[in-house]
Design a protein around this ligand. Structure first.
Ligand code: ZN
Length: 753
C-alpha cells in the first residue's frame, strides 16, 4: 500500500477519535461498546467507526463507515434519510426505521439507523454486507473483509489423480504440515466459499472439512482419508488454469493370478516402470514400483505353477516405492510383459534366454536377448560398477566377452557366467551413476535392451551479479529442463529430465540462500508422467527472471532481477580490438583482425543506437589505442557494459569457433554477461561453441563494469576467414552482439515471466 493512502486513513481516524471523545465528555457516557474491536482486512478500525451496541447489534458512525469503504454519504434532512452509495450499489436508511433499501430491494435490519448526538449511526452488518463485504464475529472481535477469490467446488479428478479447488483467481495458498499422514491441509488466503460451493471430494475415500478464519478471510481445507494421502511438498500443490490442484500418487488396487497364466498388478492410475530383482534361496522376484502407494488388497492368489506367495510393503516413503515380493516355485521364471495398459504390470512365465550383440555408444550400453527378460540391475561402489544379472540365460557364442571403452563415463564392459543360470554383465564406470533401462521387442521376436547412464548435478551456485542475482546449475551431461515460476510464495522451479534420481542428490551441497532467495530445495517430482529433479529457489521478492541457456545443456543459467526499479544508463562501450600499426591476427588471404573488429563494431553500434543505447567506441577508425586507455575510456564514461570485439587465430588451420572471455576472478560481475554474449553468438552464427573462458586480458581486467572480450571466429581458419570477409556474416555478428547486450539489459530491467 502506498504511504500516502495510509496517511489518509490515520488522520481522519485521529480526528474522529477526538470528536467522539469530546462528544462523550460533553454528553455523559453513551452506549460506547468498549469491548468491541472492528477489523477491516486485518486492520483495527474501531476508532474510525466508533461502534455502539444496541440490543446486541453493532451500529457505527455512518461518516466513518463511508470513509472506510469509500462510499458517498448523503443526509436528507427532510426525509431523515441516510444514503450510502458507490458505483455499484445504493443503500438508503431512514432514521428509526428497521426497513432499508438496497438498490431497488427493501430489506429489514435488526436495528434501525439512528441519530446519536446529531451524528448518524447505521447498522454495521447490514451496510457492509449490502456493499458486498463479508463479516464475521468472534469473541467481541468483528471482522470486515472482501475476499479476492471465491471457491466454487472441490473435487477429485480420478484421471489425473488430483484434488482440484475450482476458484475465480489464485490467491496466496499453502499446504500446511500435518502430523497425521492421513490428513492434508490446504490454506487459501483472501478467499471465501461461493454460496453454491460443492464438495465433490467427500466420498468413501476422503472427507473434506472447511474451516474459515475471518480475520484474514482465510480458508482451510482439511482432507482426511482412511489411508496415508500421498502428496509431495514440491509439485504437491500447483496452479493450473486458474485453479489449485493437489497432485496425488497412484495407489495399488489389485494383485491377482489370472487363469490365463499371468500375474497382474493393477493401480488406479498410470504406474512407473518397476525395478525387478531375482534372488535365490528362497527363489523370489522382488518388484519395486516407484511412486505407488500401498492400500488394502486381497493377497490370495489363484493356484498356479509359478508363484507360491505374494507379499507387499511400502518399501520407501520418500521417494515412495511399493515393493511386491513374489515367492517363486522351483524352476519358474517370470518376465514383465510390454504393451499392457499403463495402470497395469503384467508378468508372464518365461523360458531359457540367450544374450548377444553387446554394444556401446556414449553413455549407453545395449544388448539383445532371445526372450523378454527381467534382468537384475544394480550399481556397486568402489570401484563404481553397473551390474546386470540375467537369470536363466546363456551367452551367444559370437558375443564379445568384453568391450574396452574408456570414455568419460565407462572404462570397460565385461560379461561373465555368474552362476549356473545367470549371465552377469558388468560395466566399470568412471564414477558412480544411476541408469535408465529400456527394452523393446524387435521384428524377429528378440528384445533390444538399452541401459542409459544418468545425468547428475555437479554444482548449484548463487552469485550476486552486477544488478541481479545469478543462479547456475551445472550437470554432468546435457539435459532437457524447464524453468517454471510460481507465486505464493514466489519461487522459481527448475525441473530437469533424465537425471539420476537415486544418487543424483548425494554429491553436492545446496548453496546458502542469499539476497532475495529465501530457501533452496531439491527433490524429485512427477510431472507429465515423468520423474524429474526439481530445484526450487524460494524468493521473498520477485521482479523478473530470465533463462540464459538453451536446452539441452549441461549448464542452466537464470538471472533474477533483484529490484523493482533498476538503474541502467544504457551506456555501452564497444572496443574494436587492435588497429593502427597493430593489425592483430592476419588470415591466410590477408584479412586483418583490426579491420574485421572495427567493421563489426560499427555495425553493432548502429543497431544498438537504434534501440536507444548510448554507444561509445574506443576507436572509430584504423588508429592505435592502448589497452589501458580502452579500459579508461569505459571507466570515465560510467558505462554499464564493455564489449571488446576480436577474432582469434590458432596454429592448426582446422581450429574454429566462438569464444567469450571474462576477467579472471570476475565471476561475480562479468560471468553472466559473458554467458549471454556467447549464447547470443552461438545461436546466430552457427560456428563451433568453444565456450566461455576466463583470462587476464587488460581490457576485461581494468574495466570497472561487467566486461567481456569476444573472439568471433578464427582468421587462421580458411572458411572462417571467408565468412569474416563477407558483409552478411559481419552483419549477423553485429546483430548477435546487439541482441546479447539487449538481452542482458532486459534481464536486469525486466525479464520475461
Ligand atoms: Zn585480438
Amino acid at each position: 500500500m502506498p504511504v500516502s493512502k495510509k496517511g489518509y486513513i490515520i488522520l481522519p481516524g485521529l480526528f474522529f477519535f477526538l470528536l467522539i471523545f469530546l462528544l462523550m465528555f460533553l454528553t455523559g457516557p453513551a452506549l460506547q461498546a468498549e469491548e468491541i474491536t472492528i477489523f477491516y482486512h486485518g486492520e483495527d478500525v474501531t476508532e474510525k467507526l466508533s461502534p455502539q451496541e444496541d440490543e446486541g447489534n453493532i451500529i457505527v458512525q455512518a461518516r466513518g463507515l463511508a470513509d472506510l469503504l469509500d462510499l458517498e454519504l448523503d443526509w436528507q434532512e427532510a426525509l431523515e434519510t441516510i444514503t450510502l452509495e458507490n458505483s455499484d450499489d445504493t443503500l438508503r436508511l431512514m432514521i428509526g426505521s428497521s426497513y432499508y433499501q438496497v438498490n431497488s430491494r427493501t430489506e429489514s435490519s435488526q436495528v434501525p439507523a439512528q441519530l446519536i448526538d446529531e451524528t448518524g449511526y447505521v447498522p454495521l452488518e447490514e451496510v457492509v454486507r449490502g456493499f458486498g463485504y463479508l463479516t464475521d464475529e468472534e469473541e467481541g472481535e468483528y471482522y470486515i473483509f472482501q475476499p479476492e477469490t471465491r471457491i466454487h467446488e472441490a473435487y477429485w479428478s480420478a484421471e489425473e489423480q488430483q484434488l482440484v479447488l475450482d476458484m475465480d483467481d489464485i490467491t496466496p495458498y499453502r499446504l500446511n504440515p500435518t502430523d497425521d499422514p492421513n490428513t492434508i491441509e490446504v490454506e487459501v488466503d483472501k478467499a471465501t466459499l461461493s454460496d453454491d460451493f460443492i464438495d465433490n471430494i467427500s466420498d468413501r475415500n476422503f472427507t473434506l472439512r472447511v474451516r474459515e478464519s475471518a480475520n484474514e478471510a482465510r480458508l482451510r481445507f482439511i482432507i482426511s482419508s482412511q489411508n496415508p494421502i500421498p502428496y509431495r511438498r514440491d509439485g504437491g500443490i500447483e496452479e493450473r488454469a486458474g485453479n489449485l490442484v493437489i497432485n496425488f500418487l497412484p495407489m495399488l488396487v489389485n494383485i491377482s493370478w489370472d487363469s490365463d497364466d499371468f500375474l497382474e498388478i493393477e493401480a488406479n492410475a498410470e504406474m512407473e516402470r518397476p525395478e525387478i530383482f531375482l534372488f535365490d534361496n528362497p527363489r523370489r522376484m522382488v518388484i519395486d514400483i516407484p511412486d505407488l502407494m500401498l492400500s488394502e488388497v486381497d493377497l490370495e492368489l489363484e493356484d498356479n505353477d509359478y508363484v507360491k506367495d505374494v507379499r507387499l510393503s511400502q518399501f520407501k516413503d520418500d521417494p515412495v516405492v511399493l515393493r511386491v515380493v513374489l515367492e517363486l516355485k522351483e524352476d519358474s521364471y517370470l518376465g514383465i510383459a510390454e504393451d499392457v495398459e499403463p495402470n497395469k504390470l503384467v508378468f508372464r512365465p518365461t523360458e531359457e534366454n540367450i544374450v548377444r550383440d553387446l554394444d556401446y555408444k556414449p553413455g549407453e550400453i545395449s544388448f539383445v536377448t532371445s526372450t523378454d527378460i527381467t534382468p537384475e540391475l544394480f550399481t556397486l561402489g568402489d570401484p563404481p560398477r553397473l551390474v546386470i544379472n540375467m537369470l536363466n540365460t546363456s551367452r551367444d557364442n559370437d558375443m564379445a566377452s568384453s568391450l574396452e571403452i574408456d570414455d568419460d563415463r565407462i572404462k570397460e564392459i565385461r560379461t561373465s557366467r555368474f552362476d549356473s543360470q545367470t549371465v552377469r554383465l558388468g560395466a566399470e564406470l568412471q564414477e558412480s551413476s544411476g541408469y535408465n533401462w529400456q527394452s523393446e521387442e524387435r521384428e524377429d521376436g528378440s528384445f533390444l535392451h538399452t541401459v542409459q547412464l544418468e545425468n547428475r548435478i555437479r554444482d548449484i551456485a548463487v552469485s550476486q551479479q552486477d544488478q541481479m542475482l545469478g543462479l547456475r546449475i551445472q550437470l554432468s551431461g546435457d539435459a532437457e529442463y524447464e524453468v517454471r515460476r510460481f507465486s505464493h510464495p514466489h519461487r522459481i522451479a527448475v525441473d530437469i529430465s533424465g537425471m539420476d534420481l537415486e544418487n543424483g542428490l548425494d554429491d553436492f551441497e545446496l548453496p546458502e540462500p542469499t539476497g532475495i532467495i529465501e530457501e533452496i530445495r531439491a527433490g524429485i517430482i512427477t510431472t507429465g508422467g515423468e520423474r524429474k529433479f526439481r530445484i526450487v529457489f524460494e524468493l521473498n521478492d520477485y521482479h523478473s527472471h530470465q533463462v540464459l541457456t538453451d536446452e539441452p545443456s549441461s549448464e542452466i543459467l537464470i538471472n533474477l532481477a533483484t529490484r523493482e526499479i533498476q538503474e541502467f544508463e544504457d551506456i555501452v562501450v564497444l572496443d574494436p580490438g587492435h588497429g593502427g600499426f597493430d593489425p592483430g591476427a592476419v588470415g591466410p588471404n590477408g584479412l586483418t583482425e583490426a579491420e574485421v573488429a572495427l567493421d563489426i563494431s560499427h555495425r553493432a553500434a548502429a543497431l544498438l543506437q537504434e534501440s536507444g543505447f548510448d554507444v561509445i567506441m574506443t576507436r572509430s577508425d584504423d588508429s592505435f589505442v592502448s589497452l589501458s586507455e580502452r579500459a579508461e575510456i569505459a571507466n570515465r564514461a560510467g558505462a554499464e557494459i564493455f564489449v571488446s570485439v576480436h577474432s582469434n587465430a590458432a596454429a592448426r588451420p582446422a581450429v574454429g569457433g566462438l569464444e567469450t572471455y571474462y576477467g579472471r576472478g570476475r565471476e561475480s560481475d562479468s560471468y553472466y554477461l559473458a554467458r549471454t554474449m556467447q549464447n547470443s553468438m552461438v545461436n546466430k552464427l552457427e560456428l563451433t561453441d568453444r565456450g566461455v573462458k576466463t583470462d587476464r586480458f587488460t581490457v576485461i581486467r581494468e574495466t570497472e563494469m561487467p566486461a567481456v572480450l569476444l573472439e568471433i571466429g578464427f582468421l587462421s581458419n580458411l572458411e572462417e576467414e571467408r565468412l569474416l570477409r563477407s558483409s552478411s556474416f559481419r552483419e549477423k555478428a553485429a546483430e548477435s552482439i546487439a541482441e546479447g547486450i539487449q538481452k542482458y539489459r532486459d534481464s536486469i530491467l525486466e525479464g520475461e515471466d
